[in-house]
Design a protein. Structure first.
Length: 351
């Protein structure tokens, strides 16, 4: 008899069974389907919404940065190459304003020297005094709130009011300070009316209003772990050694912050010097917070920003004032970078 096979038997025998199929390597992942590497549409939309929310939150800050920083900076750079008095159209003069600033301005030398003096003297004195007061307050055991408030309150007084009060206190003829000195047989200086004492008088006032820096130092000192001092005491370290090897390295970033902000403020020192000049000379316009005679006595209190103000808002030389502003911005940026690099060596070590 003829062997009859049912149709399709050969095809069934040709198909590999599950046992005969090659096994995939152990631990290997199955091949992903095409297009599965892309994130789901729902995930992409959630990320887009988060980005949109973040940009919306940052929009006011970015708008303020553009309006109050970027635009004035660009405008100052543009106007610095022009002759402009706000009454006529700006006239392009190239580098004429910069050439006059660096070679011909008769007052720029005194203004730069006085500004450097405030940077070199005022900033370190305020930081050292604020650090000492903060150290004493951090060790106070009784009435701590009273003493902290007492030393911080002067920082809340407006600068104009502080200057007027100090000019009155240091008045050579009727001021309480010189009257007390006369009681002890000491002839007091002329203070704000003497070129040799005008800047030191402002330094004394700057120390009086050091509460803003002092409160930051106090918070940093209170944050230093007490167990570090206890361990150092067990190792035989005395007080000065603990300050040198524990306190100062730990609060070094805070000191760096105070140095940077102090240097920037000193480079832009204006209100105190301008008001002191006007009040001491008797030619002040207190209502506007400015002085009619800048730099009095002589040019001892004439700072760079005062000279910039005089050219821009008294002489209406806005092109030249813009050139001075651009130079001040560049100098401030350079000093800031240099200061940040110098104070980086005082960062605390892990050991």
């Amino acid at each position: 008899m003829t062997d009859v096979t049912s149709p399709g038997t050969d095809s069934l025998e040709a198909r590999p069974t599950r046992a005969s199929r090659p096994a995939s390597p152990k631990g290997s992942a199955p091949t992903p389907a095409a297009g599965s590497a892309r994130p789901p549409r729902r995930r992409r939309s959630a990320e887009s919404r988060r980005r949109l929310v973040a940009l919306t939150m940052l929009a006011p800050a970015l708008a303020g940065l553009v309006i109050f920083f970027a635009y004035p900076l660009v405008a100052s750079i543009v106007y610095s190459f022009t002759r402009y008095n706000q009454l006529q159209e700006p006239q392009f003069v190239g580098l004429l304003n910069y050439r006059f600033l660096f070679t011909q301005d008769p007052q720029i030398g005194a203004a730069v020297v006085n500004t450097i003096w405030f940077v070199v003297i005022l900033v370190p004195v305020r930081i050292v005094c604020a650090l000492l007061v903060a150290g004493l307050l951090s060790r106070a055991k009784t009435a701590t709130g009273f003493w902290r408030t007492l030393f911080y309150l002067p920082a809340l007084v407006p600068p104009v009011a502080s200057v007027v009060a100090f000019v009155f206190l240091f008045n050579p003829g009727t001021g309480p300070v010189n009257q007390i000195l006369r009681f002890f047989g000491i002839d007091g200086p002329l203070w704000f009316n003497d070129p040799a004492w005008s800047k030191p008088s402002l330094v004394i006032m700057g120390v009086w209003v050091m509460g803003d820096i002092m409160i930051i130092f106090l918070a940093a000192l209170l944050d230093v772990p007490r167990d570090l001092y206890e361990a150092a005491s067990l190792d035989g370290a005395n007080g000065p050694q603990q300050v040198r090897h524990i306190t100062l390295p730990t609060i070094a970033p805070v000191i760096g912050f105070a140095v940077v902000t102090g240097v920037i403020a000193a480079l832009q020192y204006f209100t105190e010097a301008a008001v002191a000049s006007g009040v001491a000379s008797g030619k002040a316009t207190i209502g506007g917070g400015t002085a009619a005679q800048l730099g009095y006595p002589g040019t001892s209190l004439l700072t760079y920003t005062e000279l910039l103000y005089q050219h821009g808002f008294a002489n209406f030389q806005f092109g030249y004032a813009s050139a001075m502003a651009v130079v001040l911005f560049v100098i401030t940026a350079i000093v800031l970078v240099f200061t940040m690099r110098r104070i980086s060596v005082f960062r605390p070590e892990e050991s």
